[in-house]
Design a binder for this molecule. Structure first.
Ligand code: E4P
Length: 222
């Protein structure tokens, strides 16, 4: 399973990509609005920070397929290679994917059911983004839906990956990893939740104490 960060905050992105193996950045209209910045300045700023090799998912806003197609083409010009058009699930979104997927990778987002994902994959989406926590919150089994989608896409040999989204705890991420989700996109604070463990901290503190008891402040190759 691979990792992406779900934010539009440039400082968070800088911090997380320095310390964690991050394949790309995903955003949505809520996340970009929170930054209170000119949209073009924000997305080009994010591209500069993550470099040309990381994938960058930016969500479209159009109501019709035609509007979405126009937006995606303009965003691709602005952002360059490795732009992924993030497209809300629905009739217009599916229609847009059938055209855009011939020009750029598409991610169909706000996926809440297995059949939404199957339709998106058949339309040509390279990614589908099921909303794990939002489904878990209403007792609809978000983890199970995300894992079933991953299994279903693999079963039919469809060239479409699950980007599990909307996580709130480590168990959800781990269960998605065990269930075959290809990618997860996580809020910044979740990376330290995944990396940390009290036994790791106490183990490392013990090494430090034992080293200093004999070698003092000496570095390892002084
Ligand atoms: C990803 O595609 C979504 O934008 C995002 O993960 C939704 O997360 P939330 O449920 O925390 O808003």
């Amino acid at each position: 399973m691979r990792y992406m960060i779900d934010t539009a905050n440039i400082e968070e992105i800088k911090d997380i990509i320095e310390f964690f193996p991050i394949e790309g950045v995903t955003t949505n209209p809520t996340l970009v609005s929170k930054e209170k910045m000119d949209f073009k300045t924000l997305v080009t700023g994010i591209r500069d920070v993550i470099g040309p090799d990381r994938v960058f998912f930016v969500q479209l806003r159009g109501d019709t397929a035609e509007e979405m197609i126009e937006e995606a083409r303009a965003l691709k010009k602005l952002i360059g290679d490795n732009y992924v058009a993030k497209i809300p699930m629905g009739r217009a979104g599916l229609k847009a994917v059938m055209t855009l997927s011939k020009e750029m990778p598409c991610c169909v987002t706000a996926i809440c059911s297995r059949q939404q994902a199957m339709l998106a994959a058949r339309a040509g989406a390279s990614f589908v983004a099921p909303y794990v926590n939002r489904l878990d919150n209403i007792g609809a089994g978000g983890v199970e839906i995300a894992c079933d989608i991953a299994g279903m896409l693999d079963h039919y040999g469809l060239p479409c990956e699950v980007v599990g989204a909307s996580f709130k705890n480590v168990d959800q991420v781990q269960e998605c990893a065990m269930g075959g989700c290809h990618v997860v996109t996580l809020k910044a604070e979740m990376f330290d939740m995944l990396a940390g463990h009290p036994l790791t901290d106490s183990g490392i503190a013990g090494f430090d104490k034992d080293w200093k008891a004999f070698y003092g402040e000496n570095k390892i190759l002084d």
